[in-house]
Design a protein around this ligand. Structure first.
Ligand SMILES: C[S@@+](CC[C@H](N)C(=O)[O-])C[C@H]1O[C@@H](n2cnc3c(N)ncnc32)[C@H](O)[C@@H]1O
Ligand SMILES: [Zn+2]
Length: 324
């Protein structure tokens, strides 16, 4: 399976190809052109539509998240996602790799670890695409995938064996540059959820897996940062009439023991509290030598019901919700 069997032009929905005379560019039949970067991705944020929007996490946040997640602190989450997919995906088809689309992949660590874990645990070929508004996130994800020998070029082909291949691409998750009905599973980890777009890109019977923070997620960190901690419940639900049937909801809880300021500050920097926490709280956090906390989250799994998909390959015209 070739990546260009999946990717489409984000402007007009047409197929993308790399012409031999223009090896640094993917182009559609309408003449829209997308440059291949040296990091291995192709920037599929349409010019002027999202490219300049400040939806992408800033560089510091990307760097902190990459350092923290690549140290393995959230590996229990990647294993839980792997297991849920392994148990619920139909048997690997002979026609090609299982296609995963991570919608709001950040810097791609979860995308890479979940893809590698799923292929290792199930023996199926996996082709994973991590999409994020942040170009720096895609760059970091491609670098990580390359370091593990898992990167696939933007016009590359999955070898057709039981291995995993991953690419991270700058794109708007509400208008994914993905052909309709070609994904076996779509993932959303702590990211805004584009239900209509997930329904469009999934195969009938495909899976949609969302991970959301639990009420007491990182409570110890929040108690250091804030004098008063407000506990709020958030549980993702598809809008009325959306073609999804809930299969499973699993709470997940695991301990985090952070020794030293580097890990503590990396965790803080990758959370939404980084933008909001008051100065005295930041000072208290900066004085800690260790932090013992608990990650609490919920995994929700839906099956896409096999009703008529919206016609054509154009990304849906859904408008974004508030960022989660
Ligand atoms: C809290 S982060 C989670 C990242 C990653 N899934 C993880 O768990 O480490 C949310 C991500 O959603 C991305 N995002 C927000 N709005 C987006 C949009 N419209 N299109 C693509 N990505 C978006 C942000 O850039 C950010 O990387
Ligand atoms: Zn086009």
């Amino acid at each position: 399976m070739k990546l260009t069997d999946i990717l489409i032009c984000p402007l007009c929905g047409a197929s993308l190809t790399r012409a031999p005379e223009e090896p640094g560019t993917l182009r559609c039949g309408e003449g829209h052109a997308y440059d291949l970067s040296r990091a291995g991705y192709v920037n599929l944020l349409p010019p002027g539509r999202g490219r300049n929007k400040k939806t992408g996490d800033e560089r510091a946040m990307i760097r902190a998240r990459a350092a923290f997640l690549r140290r393995g602190f959230y590996d229990p989450l990647d294993r839980a996602v792997r297991d849920l997919l392994k148990d619920s995906l139909p048997d690997a088809s002979e026609s090609g790799a299982t296609v995963l689309c991570d919608m709001g992949a950040g810097e791609g660590t979860h995308t890479v670890k979940i893809a590698a874990g799923l292929s290792e645990a199930s023996g199926r070929g996996v082709l994973a695409l991590g999409f994020d508004a942040s170009k720096h996130g895609a760059e970091s994800g491609c670098r990580y995938a390359r370091s593990l020998g898992l990167l696939i070029d933007a016009d590359g082909e999955h070898p057709g064996d039981g291995s995993a291949r991953v690419v991270c691409l700058p794109a708007n998750l509400f208008h994914l540059p993905v052909r309709s009905g070609c994904a076996d599973a779509a993932l959303s980890l702590f990211a805004p959820i584009a239900w209509e777009e997930a329904a469009r890109i999934l195969k009938p019977d495909g899976l949609f897996l969302a991970v959301s923070s639990g009420r007491e997620h990182l409570l110890a960190l929040r108690r250091v940062l804030y004098d008063e901690v407000r506990l709020t419940d958030f549980r993702p639900e598809p809008p009325d009439g959306a073609p999804f049937a809930l299969l499973n909801r699993i709470p997940l809880e695991f301990p985090l023991t952070l020794e030293g300021q580097e890990d503590i500050q990396n965790l803080f920097t990758m959370t939404p509290f980084f933008h909001r926490a008051p100065e005295p709280g930041r000072e208290r956090l900066a004085a800690l030598e260790t932090l013992t906390d608990t990650a609490r989250m919920e995994l929700s799994l839906w099956r896409r019901l096999p009703v008529e998909a919206p016609s054509g390959d154009r990304p849906s015209e859904e408008t974004p919700d508030e960022e989660a």
